[in-house]
Design a binder for this molecule. Structure first.
Ligand code: PLP
Length: 407
């Protein structure tokens, strides 16, 4: 008899987006003349930059001719893209990352989810709360946690992000092996300073641990003092893996391209206590289970690194940050404390009340949909996330409604 992986039965069903959809559908059915504006979406609204479209067309034409047609490419990505990433995202910021330490993929969601597979099942986890759910759920699936009790899995060290610590978790008092960090953060929009990241690197070194650093929202950083990469911290090459995505940098959520950096100096240990290369393990996993990103998509991603591409993606992120500024200003006027939105596309609002109650209030009184913080973890209670990914007209209309509903 075929048996299932029992770990899947431990997964706490995420009712967040189904609950939101259910409440919105019920509201629309009862109020068909009141159009709802969605400020809860984590997806981009603006089209791809023109350089990416031109590169997609040109690469498609190459695929049409025998002389330039491409079949399977290198699983780790074409050299033209790996080299562009190494030069622009790392060398330009003073980080010593080589092109062959960069693994091109079809998304950070897959990479964040797949990476845990190369580490042992008794790995001790440190996971933020609130959290991008992929980090925790993939470890539950693998069997690295116990049961979910009152919204938390046993066997996990949760890293609380609260108003008291400015939503940047403190270093845990206990030793852990695999530490998930995400800055700029989803859902809070908080960023970490160099000193804060340096403390995490020191902690990882001390514990012979590895940091998984998710910087999917790096392109939104505007404060020059905030690091864009964990590798801006001295010694991070020996203790950190970094995930980056073109999804929110250049509107690639539906186009799919991302990369993971695994330095060759990164080591983990086998059962005999002998050092093993994490780069070699990830290379093995990646080349065994993945066959590369489509050539036209990699060409489109590489176009981002041209001078026009840099200017166009900057204009795109500036546009969303403009939305974020309007949202922040509106919340300040209403006296609602918030973080994020200045170096991130998310604004995390401390509502001072139950997060679903606030969600219902915005829906019923302003016909605006936000995301209740409780859906991202225990520490999200009392908060809601508002996303800057929207058209300007929608943001302005939603803010005007919120202002009159809450005044
Ligand atoms: N990491 C974080 C923190 C995210 O918020 C997201 C997407 O919302 C991802 C990774 C996934 O990115 P991708 O589109 O590359 O799979």
């Amino acid at each position: 008899m075929i048996r299932i992986n029992e770990n899947y039965t431990k997964l706490k069903a995420s009712y967040l987006f189904t609950d939101i959809a259910r409440r919105v559908t019920a509201f629309v059915a009862a109020n068909p003349t009141k159009p709802v504006i969605r400020l809860g979406i984590g997806d981009v609204t603006e089209p791809l930059p023109p350089v990416c479209i031109a590169a997609l067309h040109a690469a498609t034409d190459e695929m049409a001719k025998r002389e330039t047609f491409k079949g399977y490419g290198p699983e780790q990505g074409y050299a033209f893209l790996r080299e562009a990433v190494a030069a622009h995202d790392y060398a330009a910021r003073g980080c010593a990352i080589e092109a062959d330490e960069i693994f091109i993929s079809d998304g950070s969601k897959c990479d964040c989810g797949n990476i845990q597979e190369i580490f042992s099942l008794d790995t001790r986890l440190a996971i933020p709360d609130p959290v991008y759910p992929v980090y925790i759920d993939t470890n539950v699936m693998a069997g690295r946690t116990g049961a979910n009790v009152d919204g938390r899995y046993s066997g996990v060290t949760y890293l609380d992000s609260t108003p008291a610590n400015g939503y940047v978790p403190a270093i845990p008092a206990v030793a852990t092996d695999l530490i998930y960090l995400c800055f700029p953060n989803n859902p809070t929009g908080a960023v970490a300073t160099k000193a804060q990241l340096a403390a995490w690197v020191a902690y990882a070194k001390k514990n012979q641990a590895i940091i998984l650093f998710d910087s999917a929202y790096e392109a939104y950083i505007r404060d020059p003092a905030i690091p864009h990469s964990i590798y801006e911290i001295e010694g991070a090459r020996d203790v950190a893996i970094e995930f980056r995505s073109f999804s929110k940098t250049a509107g690639f959520t539906g186009t799919r391209c991302a990369y993971t950096v695994v330095p060759k100096s990164l080591k983990a240990f086998d059962a005999a206590g002998k050092e093993q290369s994490v780069h070699a393990l990830w290379n093995r996993r990646h080349t065994t289970k993945f066959n590369g990103v489509a050539y036209p998509i990699q060409k489109a991603a590489a176009a981002i690194f041209t001078p026009e591409g840099q200017q166009q993606t900057r204009a795109l992120t500036d546009f969303y940050l403009g939305n974020a500024q309007l949202i922040r200003d509106a919340m300040a006027k209403l006296g609602l404390p918030c973080v994020g939105g200045d170096n991130a596309p998310y604004i995390w609002i401390n509502t001072g009340r139950d997060s679903w109650e606030f969600f219902d209030l915005l829906l019923n009184k302003a016909q605006v949909v936000c995301t209740p913080g409780a859906g991202f973890g225990k520490c999200g209670e009392g908060h809601v996330r508002i996303s800057a990914f929207n058209t300007r007209a929608n943001v302005e209309a939603a803010l005007a409604r919120i202002a009159s509903a809450l005044k």
